[in-house]
Design a protein around this ligand. Sequence first.
Ligand SMILES: [Zn+2]
Length: 139
Amino acid sequence: MKNLAVFYCQECGYYAYFPEEPLPLCPKCSAPKPILQKLGVSYSRFIRLDQRIQDYYISTALLDRAQKDSTASAADSHDYPHAIASMQHHITDLENENKALNDTVTWMHDTIWQLMREQRRISRGAQEAAVSAESENEE
Ligand SMILES: [Zn+2]
């Protein structure tokens, strides 16, 4: 099995796990360009981290990258805000995703309880029916 690594997109902040070869492209940005960057944390370590720490690693990598780029070419030095903007965009995405997941969990919880109550009501109804049938037979 190929070794997986954590890759992130410095354009939009998207990140995911891919085999190290060939270098993956960002599925969110328009092809063919943004090749994803490999994160300096190993896959096995990354997946055991808390979501917030994962986000921290990705954010730091994005900022580092933006900083390096801006020192490499002075013309691109104003690209820093762009990196921060895309990071905020990414965070908003994550928050929305989180909210959607929470809503789903709440919905599932409610549905399960509703089903359980219904089942209890049905089995109680069946018991009562059985009891009244018995008492009718006794008379
Ligand atoms: Zn991207």
